[in-house]
Design a protein around this ligand. Sequence first.
Ligand SMILES: Nc1nc2c(c(=O)[nH]1)N[C@H]1C(S)=C(S)[C@@H](COP(=O)(O)OP(=O)(O)OC[C@H]3O[C@@H](n4cnc5c(=O)[nH]c(N)nc54)[C@H](O)[C@@H]3O)O[C@H]1N2
Ligand SMILES: Nc1nc2c(c(=O)[nH]1)N[C@H]1C(S)=C(S)[C@@H](COP(=O)(O)OP(=O)(O)OC[C@H]3O[C@@H](n4cnc5c(=O)[nH]c(N)nc54)[C@H](O)[C@@H]3O)O[C@H]1N2
Ligand code: SF4
Ligand SMILES: [Mo]
Length: 703
Amino acid sequence: MSTTHCPYCALQCAMHLEPAPDGTLAARPAPFPTNRGGLCRKGWTAPELLTHPDRLTTPLIRRHGRLEPATWDQALDTAAHHLNHLRQTHGPHANAVFGSGSLTNEKAYLLGKFARLALGTSQIDYNGRFCMSSAAAATNHAFGLDRGLPFPLTDIATAQAVLLAGANPAETMPPMMGHLAAPTLIVIDPRRSATAQQALDHGGLHLAPRPGTDLPLALGLLHAARTAGHLDHTYIDQRTTGFQTTWAQAAAHWPERTEELTGVPAHHIRAAADLLGHAARNRSAYVLTGRGSEQHATGTATAGAWIDLALALGLPGRTGSGYGCITGQGNGQGGREHGQKADQLPGYRHINDPDARTRIAHLWNTTPESLPGPGRSATELLAALGTPDGPRSLLVMGSNPAVSAPDTTRIKQRLAALDHLIVCDFVLSETAQQAHVVLPTAQWAEEEGTMTNLEGRLLRRTRAQHPPPGVRTDLQILSELAPRLGADPHQFPHDADTVLAELAHASAGGRADYSGIDPHHLAAGHAQYWPAPATAGPDTDPVPSTPRLFLDTFAHPDGRARFSTPTHHGPAETTDTHYPLWATTGRLLGHYQSGAQTRRITELATTDPEATVQIHPDTATHHGLTHGDHAQVTSRRGTMTARVHTTPTARHDTVFVPFHYANDQAANTLTQHALDPTSRMPEFKVSAVRITPAPDPATEGRP
Ligand SMILES: Nc1nc2c(c(=O)[nH]1)N[C@H]1C(S)=C(S)[C@@H](COP(=O)(O)OP(=O)(O)OC[C@H]3O[C@@H](n4cnc5c(=O)[nH]c(N)nc54)[C@H](O)[C@@H]3O)O[C@H]1N2
Ligand SMILES: Nc1nc2c(c(=O)[nH]1)N[C@H]1C(S)=C(S)[C@@H](COP(=O)(O)OP(=O)(O)OC[C@H]3O[C@@H](n4cnc5c(=O)[nH]c(N)nc54)[C@H](O)[C@@H]3O)O[C@H]1N2
Ligand code: SF4
Ligand SMILES: [Mo]
């Protein structure tokens, strides 16, 4: 038996893997503080993909339009030939790289190094841009540091009240609900999500704003909290700056006006402000945000407004209270620290910082001048593929943008316009189906490495079995590809602990300092939260770790947290007579992300076999639809089909579609590439749509 962590979300539930009688592995929950002996159904069923018939076990090369089996040398040589040729002909930025928050810390680090050192390209970004970037930008502004939860998750279990804005952990991190059983919940969600229902069932509140109006709602709550006398003026004076700028905005958001802007009744706003405010006075309240608040063209400002509310109530940087953003992907936290971001070097350093460039160049045995500068953000990178000024090749590791990026019709065209697409995956994802070279990689239970969970805690991924013959690890792929591009092989080791030691060293003194992270500490079960600086000296903690941040001071030079200037602009597009409804997108319990993995798991595919559209029964009737019908949902970008699922608790003006399905059921045919100006996060959560009965496939085409 071996003990490791789930391959999917950032809760990173611990699990035991045991050989099953049929030669496969069986998962069962292992005791761990975040999951407390629980797993969701995705975790329970995760091992099925290890031996799935769709598993790729040989490299593929496109020949005469078809992907055909090849040897590793043929596949790697083909990929390297094209990358070298494009670099010689068009310069280093003709090659691009797309990474992921699913990758271990070691892979994320080596992928960033591969792009900058082996390819010499600035064109690297990753799917975390779709996920955490707005909250990251807002927390960096507010606190000077971005760690999703700056406290252990277990802290929230004793709180009196928790406000969850745009997060549905009952479906997206079910075992987390164990920590939310005692606090009274205030859920902000246009839908009566499973989490919102749980709040109502236990004496809490559900506020259902129109999609894209969280920012004025947060200001309205701040206004109501001030009127009721809940603000902590001593804390505001001593630990923050900029309150007056925020208040200049919030002053115009009295509850009745906020009701007009958001659709949330004024008395609900007052009740929520009171519930949260009373708990805050007892220093026993948390504000947590998820993708519902953040995935907007105003995501950074919106996350900033929620942080402002938390600051005005005196929550961050105190034991028993705080603000946190719930990180999503397995390594969504670590994935944004080690240099696979367009503007970043390891240690969460900025790529334009001269000191950072010198330090990293020295470590990589190159010169600061030869390190590229910042590249394009994920959506802009994908939109530029195959254009005259854009990259002509793309290497994808750990993402399926043909399903998960906004406006997928356009993204698929861009992928098709590439001279060369290389995809590393364990299944033939929709993106891999478009590739020229597919490289089959090892899965979580077959590899070593570390992940950083939603609390900033380092976890060890342990190998339970060897990968099937013919499959290599992502680290092996990078270490075999780099020398073929003329790089020094010593700079690209494939042993995870060797890479961890290098990344820890590279991060020393950076914002995300891993220098004291030690695989042996982790293997021995020590909890290590970053920053974990290794500072030599007799008084040094042998196991450096920072479970709680900001207790004494925030990470800005003056030690104070900063309020923001939240201004409401609303969503990037509007409804009209042709597109009269709002569509928002998100997740179902049983599927993960683009669905490339979970749509292949029998139990999950049986429970949630096809895309559904959640809609109020009256709205459905108005559009000629009833429960169970097939509908077409159409935005200004495209159309998806989905099974109508009427929900009496839905808003009349809003439908919800999950984004886990592909092709004609892909929700991202609807979404647009309007981007947040700071984080470059796309607006996944608001599109204007119409809904119509789908042509019946049985009668279609008949006279
Ligand atoms: N089952 C499952 N779990 C997952 C994942 C998965 O794919 N499937 N993915 C993981 C990842 S990467 C992530 S990022 C997390 C995401 O976890 P969550 O943030 O919990 O997930 P979402 O479903 O995207 O969005 C949460 C809620 O936001 C609501 N919402 C939509 N628009 C708005 C709005 O304008 N304002 C507000 N306040 N709410 C709005 C939606 O109705 C939805 O219920 O989940 C992780 N866990
Ligand atoms: N409409 C809409 N779109 C969204 C969202 C939304 O809420 N609404 N959410 C966005 C968010 S928060 C996220 S995080 C993205 C996620 O969307 P994607 O970036 O597409 O993430 P996944 O579906 O997890 O894709 C991972 C792919 O990589 C493979 N893979 C997994 N682990 C590894 C690994 O270690 N190595 C390699 N080589 N491959 C691996 C999987 O098999 C799969 O094919 O989607 C975004 N898109
Ligand atoms: S909650 Fe997340 S980490 Fe836990 S079992 Fe489910 S998918 Fe895996
Ligand atoms: Mo995510």
